[in-house]
Design a protein around this ligand. Sequence first.
Ligand code: ADE
Length: 223
Amino acid sequence: MRLDVFTLFPDHFGWFLGQRHVTNLLDRGSEIRLFDYRETTPLSAGQVDDAPYGGGAGMVMRVDVVDAALEAAYGSDRSSVEILALSPQGRVFEEVTAVELSGIDHLALLCGRYEGFDERVIEHLVDGSVSIGRFVLSGGELAAMVVADAVLRKLPGALGDESSPIEESFSEALGGAPEYPHYTRPATYRDWPVPEILLSGDHGAVRDWRLAESRDRAGRDPA
Ligand code: ADE
């Protein structure tokens, strides 16, 4: 996958780019590029935002600045890139969205700041917008890392042999339900024993128990 992130704070991604599943993918030929809006802004003194028309608090990312950044990266034909803006008003990101996006060859994530983007960015420059939940962050950077993390770990080679993104919470394998509980040694800690079935060695029974637990979790509110 080619993943491009447009941001005012490229250095915020240093930690993320060092994560094992990300470096695994970079080693296997995936590419992650960071674009700083300030480097391509057509305005003087690195300006990227402006006061909202109609008044109100905060600053709004300018449409000409975002367009210039996209133009510098892709030119005027952007048809081969899926461009998504991070915005609290976007489509709420879920596991199915992660699966969907993991099938895209070239994905661009646009981080906003301040009061978000001029609405013409959403209307004319992007293919969609994504929210990581019904709350407001100070900017799109953390949201972009959340989306990128959930998407990239789906790609072959991201995770080590021991972990599999096939059967986990909300996956198709579990019918979209939360994953079943896991336990490891010690078998008893204080007076908290591991469910006996897991120590039985009966793989069929363990499987049935896990699926039942997963279904059960789907039917109740998370603790
Ligand atoms: N930017 C600010 N808040 C956000 C959210 N909840 N999701 C995506 N981008 C955001």
